[in-house]
Design a protein around this ligand. Sequence first.
Ligand SMILES: [Mg+2]
Length: 226
Amino acid sequence: MIRVVLFDIDGTLIHTGGAGVKAFARAFSEEFGLHDGSENLKFAGRTDVSLVREFFNLHKIDPTPEHFQRFFNVYIHWLEKMVADCDGGIFQGVENFFAQMNLLAGRPAVGLLTGNIKRGAEIKLRHFGIWDRFAFGGFADDHEERDHIAAVARQRGEKHFGKPVRNDEVLVIGDTPLDVRCARAIGAKVLAVATGSYTVAQLREYQPDWAAEDLAAVDATQILSD
Ligand SMILES: [Mg+2]
C-alpha cells in the first residue's frame, strides 16, 4: 500500500505555458541587468536555487544570500503576473487521479516534491485552484538538491500520515529522469509521466516502476494499492 504520495509540479500536475522560465529571465534582466544566458539553462527537473546559482556562476556574480534574496523577490513578483496571464493548465488525468485516491479506504498523505521555492509553488498551484490539496511538501527552500528535498518531503509525509512508513510505501510522481533519481535516492516507488519534456520511451530508460503518457492513462487504485 502506498501511504505517502509526492507530486512534482511543473510538467506533472500543471504547465504554465513557459511563465516560470519567462519570470526567471525577467528577474535576471531587471535585477541584475543580464539579458542573456537563461535560455541556455536546462530547467526541467532542476531546483530554482541550483538554476540561480548556475546563472550567477556563468555571470561571475557572487552567490551570496543577499543576491539570492534579491533575485527571488523580483522573480516572485514577475511569476505572479506571468502566471496570472499564462496560457497553461492542469494536465489531463490529474483530477481523476485525485478522485480515485480520495475513494481509497486508507487515503495516503498527499504532498509536493518540487524544485520550486515554496512561494513559487504556491503561486502556480493557487492559480489553478489546487494548492490546498497538498498538506505538506519539500521545496527548493529546504535544500538545493532534489534528492535531499525528497528526503525532507518523505519525512514530512510520514509525520502527516501519523505512523511509520516504509520506503516502498512512498510514491513519487514526476516527469523527468531527475524525479526518478530522487525517488530512488529515498527508496521510493516512482510513476513517471510523459506530460513534460520527456517521452515515455525516454523515461523508461531510467526504469521507473510505472511510465505513462499522462495520469489519465494509469489505474491509480492499482498503483496505490500495490
Ligand atoms: Mg517537473
